[in-house]
Design a protein around this ligand. Structure first.
Ligand SMILES: N[C@@H](CCC(=O)N[C@@H](CS)C(=O)NCC(=O)O)C(=O)O
Ligand code: FES
Length: 157
């Protein structure tokens, strides 16, 4: 039973993860993600559909990278944001018990089930190649900043 509601809101259950040792979250998750950025996440709830969990995660985080630990395209995408000093959230699908269901959900949402699948400011921007292109065109950082501004405005209320 891997999809129990976590004591802490915001946890994706990982492969074999029936206890805190098996979850991505906090410091352990951040180091597991490789680049020191955030890996804690939205609820891993059995009753909650993958699409809903993905939607929650992308609305809670300005940059979300659905990734696999074994994938160098994914590593390059993480490095791109890391080098821009942009905080990103990573979901390592190969570490999730139901990673393949999440890939199916991503397919329904984006038309591809490949990794990486990258969302900025709540919107799907593409895979690794698309994201690098956006960056080259100078369009990536503005999208991130739009999200920061939006968040800031929300906090003022
Ligand atoms: N042009 C795409 C290529 C994506 C791609 O081919 N990803 C491979 C891994 S590099 C993949 O997801 N394979 C299927 C899988 O891992 O489930 C991009 O830049 O993201
Ligand atoms: S680069 Fe080979 S799996 Fe992504």
């Amino acid at each position: 039973m891997y999809w129990r509601r976590a004591a802490l809101a915001g946890t994706w259950f990982v492969r074999g993860g029936s206890s805190s040792a098996g979850r991505l979250g906090g410091t352990a998750g951040a180091s597991a993600s490789g680049m020191g950025n955030s890996a804690s996440s939205s609820l891993g709830d059995a009753a909650m559909a993958p699409v809903t969990q993905i939607q929650e995660t992308i609305s809670d985080n300005c940059v979300v990278i659905f990734s696999k630990t074994s994938c160098s395209y994914c590593t390059m995408a993480k490095k791109l944001f890391h080098d821009m000093n942009v905080h990103y959230k990573v979901v390592e699908l190969d570490m999730l018990e139901y990673g393949s269901q999440f890939q199916d959900a991503l397919y329904r949402m984006t038309g591809e089930r490949t990794v990486p699948r990258i969302f900025v400011n709540g919107t799907f921007i593409g895979g690794a190649t698309d994201t690098h292109r956006l960056h080259k065109e100078g369009k990536l950082l503005p999208l991130v900043h739009q999200c920061y501004l939006k968040k800031k405005k929300r906090e003022e209320f």
